[in-house]
Design a protein around this ligand. Sequence first.
Ligand code: ADP
Ligand code: MG
Length: 242
Amino acid sequence: MAAGKPSVSIKDLSLNFGNVQVLQALNLDIAEGEFLVLLGPSGCGKSTLLNCIAGLLDISDGQIFINGKNVTWEEPKDRGIGMVFQSYALYPQMTVEGNLSFGLKTAGLPKDEIAKRIARASEILQIEPLLKRKPSALSGGQRQRVAIGRALVRDVDVFLFDEPLSNLDAKLRSELRVEIKRLHQRLANTMIYVTHDQIEALTLADRIAVMKGGVIQQLDAPQAIYNRPVNRFVADFLGSPS
Ligand code: ADP
Ligand code: MG
C-alpha cells in the first residue's frame, strides 16, 4: 500500500459480461496524488476496470469509494473524475474552446469562472493558439491535449486515462508522455492510467498494477516489479517490448 489515505478504493469488485467474469473480486487502494498504472495485455480487463471507476459500467458486485465516499451508484458526472480516451471523444462540431466550456456551461458555472479555467488549462497544456479551431483541424497530439484540458477545466480530483497515446506516432507519443508526467507533477492529482505499453508504465507510474485475466498479478513500484516479478507472466510481460 502506498503512503497517504486512499483517494480511490475498490473493494471486492466483480464484473460479468453475461456468463463471463471479466473482473474477479478485485481489491485496490490508490493513494491521494498517486500515479497508478494498470498494465496488461489486450483483453485483460483494464478498460473495464477504469470504466467501472468512472461509472460507465454497472458493476456486478463490490463497492467503489472516491475520497472516502461510496460512489458505487453515483452518476459519472458526480464522481469527481475526468476521463481521457484513446479516441479523444471531442465534439467535432464545436471549437476547442467550445469543447472545453461545454461541461462547465451545463453545470451552470458563471462566464468569468469558465474563462478563467479555460485560460489556466490552455496555458498548462499549451493550447492557447488552438482555441478557435475545430478538432478536425488539429493533429492527434493536439486533440489529446484538448481532451486532457476538458478534464482539467472541470477541476476533477481523479484523472482516468485509457491508452491516451495509442493513436499517436512514436514521436508524439513520447512528447505527450513527458507532458502527462509534467501535468501530474504540477497538479499532484490522483491519476489512473491504463496501458499495454511497458515503457509508458515504467516511466510514468508511482506504482504499477500488472493485470492478467481480470486479476491483479502484482502491485508495486516500477523498480520492484522490474527487478522482482512475482511470477513468470509478470517477468515475461515486463521483459517483452511492446
Ligand atoms: P483491455 O482494456 O485490458 O484490453 P477490456 O476491459 O476491454 O480489456 O476487456 C476485458 C474482457 O471483457 C475482454 O475479454 C473483452 O472481450 C470483454 N468485454 C469488454 N467489453 C465487453 C462488452 N461490452 N460485452 C462483452 N464482453 C466485453
Ligand atoms: Mg482497453
